[in-house]
Design a protein around this ligand. Structure first.
Ligand code: 5GP
Length: 226
């Protein structure tokens, strides 16, 4: 094989870029994942957002294919059976899941992909993509979160107890994450998450793949000069 010229090297780099980073934003219900995710997308339009599938009904203003892919239970179950979902979970009586093919394609093209999902799904992603960076969003205090749940005063004591127990187990999942970021101020939380993404992308183990590629190309060049 002959030496590659500069154009060929550039073409090859474009053909096989470093895979993108899979960013999982998760945490207990009521912590503001959706709001932080929306601000992150606004601030970083280059990050690809993965639109989830769900069996819940659209809320006012939600658009099929943009907010969620709204599915019937039967359609969703077919997606599970076909292995089309990277992860899925039942939450508040509905099914939610991440379409696998889109995420994989985007990562292969070198694009960073953001998932905003609840904690059970985040664990499944971790198993399948050990190199994903998993961020757990924390409330500023337990009182703030409790007040959000209890404060509405619409639920009976048993229902509150059940919600609190669910919250407790969600909070305990923090140990399974790489980072925990407090959502006190949305922009500050975004700045912290952006810092984490930059640091993850600068990991020597990640960058080493580029260096390996350079070295291989140099070896090819040297051999062909000889
Ligand atoms: P909502 O119905 O309020 O939009 O979302 C309810 C919960 O489902 C939120 O905690 C959200 O993070 C989570 N969720 C949204 N999409 C997915 C998904 O694809 N997979 C999983 N596991 N959870 C999701």
């Amino acid at each position: 094989m002959g030496a590659m010229n500069a154009t060929e090297v550039r073409e090859r780099e474009t053909m096989c870029p470093l895979p993108g980073l899979l960013i999982v934003l998760s945490g207990p219900s009521g912590v503001g994942k959706g709001t932080v995710c929306a601000r992150l997308r606004q601030r970083n339009p280059e990050i690809t957002y993965s639109v989830s599938a769900t069996t819940r009904m659209p809320r006012r203003g939600e658009v099929d294919g943009q907010t969620y892919f709204f599915k019937t239970k039967e359609q969703f179950q077919r997606m599970i059976a076909a292995g089309d979902l990277l992860e899925w979970a039942q939450y508040a009586g509905y099914l939610y899941g991440t379409p696998r093919a889109f995420v994989q394609q985007q990562l292969d093209m070198g694009h960073d992909v953001l998932l905003e999902i609840e904690v059970q799904g985040a664990q499944q992603v971790r198993t399948q993509f050990p190199e994903a960076v998993c961020v757990f969003l924390l409330p500023p205090s337990i009182e703030v979160l409790r007040d959000r749940i209890v404060g509405r005063g619409t639920e009976c004591t048993d229902a509150l107890q059940a919600r609190w127990q669910a919250l407790e187990s969600e909070l305990r999942m923090v140990h399974a994450y790489d980072y925990a970021v407090t959502n006190d101020d949305i922009d500050v939380a975004c700045v912290h998450i952006e810092g984490i993404v930059h640091a993850e992308k600068a990991r020597a183990s990640r960058q080493a793949r580029i260096v390996e590629q350079w070295l291989q190309e140099e070896v090819t060049n040297v051999i062909s000069i000889d």
